[in-house]
Design a protein. Structure first.
Length: 417
């Protein structure tokens, strides 16, 4: 099998977001935040202060509040189902037109379960039920079963699509023709969603030369450029999280000054790991911000459980090339993408048009507290998903794996959320 290189999108532009404008004033006299204490969600609420100068104002649509409330209602139903009816639960998502869909198997009395869920829902008028064959647990067990044989079967990748109640099997047409019978020894065909094509996950990183904006010195006149995801704490220090394939080294934000902002020494993008991330330990005198770069939007909370980033849900990506607005809403198409011989658990979305220099950017869903929209952290952008050499999607590392893998103690969030 032709082995794929995880040349993910390495775009770490530390200037992209989340370092306070005042942090890089000519006088680097900021004192930072003394001994902040995370809450039970490992969020560290802080006063966001004023928005950056010339920040793009984020529109606050009335439907955003409604959509956010629907998502919250769906998540509490998901949590109840996974705790009490795991064998009957197959997934859930919120439709863009404004309905929650709960996927169920027929392993319990369906009428009684529907009635119970409607009683627990605050939006029963927006609640739908869809019956499928396989539980979520069965999907993941099926995925892991075939993943173990993925290299010998010449598969391109394996993932999960709860919305279709299928295991995604990524494969070239040539190998599908020659290996199909062997593959079906592992999974029934009605469990498989064939995704045909020669795929690759391409890191969005590149080298920059004198006269262009840079971040990390590499060698000679070559510099590396990436994007910052979010700010937090680790080992008693303020840190900025980005993609691990941006590599260790000393980092700068030359658009604001010539003094180093800190160094990264724990960059991780190993194929034997579940995430692609690392953090820059900031030098003293910097003030971590919760504002997205060039935007009036702030980070309000995080999604450790991953309930807001299932197939059928939507996220946005905020990275260097996209200015203060980020991508439009991108639908999640695979909630647990793995490549043969690689243990990473990635999430695949629709194509967002990201480019080299965007690796490490923030992936977030919209959270609304009844007053305005905030960013809910979902993960760290890794790179482009390509088919036949053409970018057709984006992939990111899950927030929970990044948080645990890096040993973070908390993430800075807006205390007005």
């Amino acid at each position: 099998m032709k082995r794929k290189l995880l040349s993910m999108a390495t775009i770490l532009t530390i200037s992209i977001m989340l370092l306070s404008v005042s942090a890089f004033a000519k006088d680097l006299g900021g004192m930072g935040i003394p001994d902040p204490v995370p809450n039970s969600n490992f969020d560290i609420p802080i006063d966001p202060g004023p928005a950056p100068v010339n920040a793009v104002a984020i529109s606050q649509e009335s439907e955003d509040k409604e959509f956010s409330q629907l998502q919250d209602d769906r998540v509490q139903l998901q949590e109840y189902m996974t705790a009490h009816f795991k064998d009957s639960y197959a997934g859930a998502y919120t439709e863009k037109n404004g309905s929650n869909v709960i996927l169920l198997t027929s392993k319990v009395n369906s009428n009684n379960l529907e009635t119970l869920l409607k009683e627990k829902s605050k939006r029963k008028d927006k609640l739908k039920f869809k019956y499928v064959k396989y539980s979520e647990d069965e999907l993941y067990k099926g995925k892991e079963k075939i993943l173990k044989a993925a290299e010998s079967l010449n598969l391109e990748g394996v993932g999960i699509d709860n919305e279709q109640n299928k295991v995604n099997v990524y494969i070239t047409q040539e190998n599908l023709d020659s290996k199909k019978k062997e593959i079906l020894k592992y999974l029934d065909e009605d469990l498989i969603n064939w995704i045909v094509g020669d795929i690759e996950i391409k890191n969005n990183a590149y080298n920059l030369y004198p006269g262009e904006q840079i971040e990390r010195y590499i060698d000679g006149s070559i510099w590396g450029n990436c994007s910052l995801g979010f700010n937090g704490r680790a080992n008693g220090n303020d840190v900025g999280v980005t993609a691990g394939h941006c590599l260790n080294g000393t980092y700068y934000d030359l658009s604001d000054g010539v003094i180093s902002i800190g160094s990264m020494s724990n960059a991780n993008s190993s194929s034997a790991s579940s995430y692609d991330a690392g953090y820059v330990t900031y030098n003293s005198g910097l003030n971590p911000s919760v504002y997205l770069n060039g935007s009036t939007m702030t980070i309000g909370t995080t999604d450790y459980s991953g309930q807001y980033r299932q197939v059928g849900n939507y996220v946005k990506i905020h990275a260097t090339s996209l200015g203060g607005t980020g991508t439009p809403l991108l639908k999640i198409l695979d909630s647990d993408l793995s490549l043969p011989g690689v243990t990473m658990h990635l999430v695949r979305t629709e194509y967002g048009g990201l480019t080299p220099g965007d690796s490490g950017g923030l992936v977030y869903s919209i959270a609304n507290n009844g007053v305005k929209n905030y960013a809910r952290v979902e993960g760290i952008y890794k790179g482009s998903y390509t088919s036949g050499g053409t970018p057709v999607g984006e992939v990111f590392s899950k927030y929970s794996y990044v948080f645990d893998g890096l040993g973070l103690s908390g993430v800075y969030t807006d205390n007005t959320y």
